[in-house]
Design a protein around this ligand. Sequence first.
Ligand code: DAH
Length: 340
Amino acid sequence: MKDKLNSIKDSALQDIKNAKDLKQLNEIKVKFLGKKGELTKVLRNMGKLPKEERPIMGKLANEVREAIENEVTKIEEKLKDELQKAKLESEKIDISMPGKNVPLGHRHPLIQVKEELENVFQNMGFDIVEGPEIETVDNNFDALNAPENHPSRDMSDTFYITNKILLRTQTSPVQVRVMKQVKPPIKIVSAGRCFRFDDVDDTHSPMFHQLECLVVDEGITLANLKHTINVFVKELFGEDIKTRFRPHYFPFTEPSAEVDVSCLECKGKGCKACNGTGWSMEILGCGMVHPKVLENCGIDSEVYSGFAFGLGIDRLTMAKYEIDNIRLLFENDMRFIKQF
Ligand code: DAH
């Protein structure tokens, strides 16, 4: 029996050393130590031994079991270690390898001008607010004193979603939202998309951009309006650019005006580009906020007055970069956009 035990030990240790992976190692362990394993088989025959030999063989059997178990643990650790190393090796990344080139877009000229404008106004102490592109008919027209029969309210001029909700036709409804929420002093600008049922031509698009300005406080006058407009026009186009205020009509301002800037080409002297007039284009509509609009928004028109204007960002961008076709702004051709 002693020889048998020793030979089990030797062949077990040999097998264990040769185990190629953990699965094989486990099979070897079962083969020798399992319920039907070789060592177990020998131990079953212990009863047949003479009494005095039993403790000696028992001790030897335990030593054999221990030796096998120890070797299994040792090899198991070695195999696990190798496995881990192989895994690390296979997952190694070469951090010196050049990255994949992700093509970046380019800031759109409209966004550039919008941000430039916002910057100018922010430096003048204005807050920047945002308004939704989907508006109520009430904010877009009624609260702005736009009469029931005003042509801009027509189904064929405005994208209605329901008869109470539409795609805003101007940024002016932001005025209503702000005045209903905060008490004067108010000094805000708000830029964004507007929508009208316009056919596309060189200067028209059913989607376009405006920037709205609103100032409400005690003692605000037309002088404040003119000064503010002159400051930002000079900031944007240069010191030598002049403005011209032409009387106009808007339902939500009284008095109202449209503003032209002097020709960017000849600086007002008169040239081919401006047909010799010295004036190149209309950039915005403006006026003193109509008392009715203030009252509609819960502001006492006996105490407060205000001015407002709305300017076309698309037009301004086209003038600034000498773009003669508005379609170019919305085709998103990178060859065009990358020029700015
Ligand atoms: N919302 C007007 C338009 O789209 C522009 C405008 C005119 C805005 C006068 C104003 C304003 O705030 O006071 O034609």
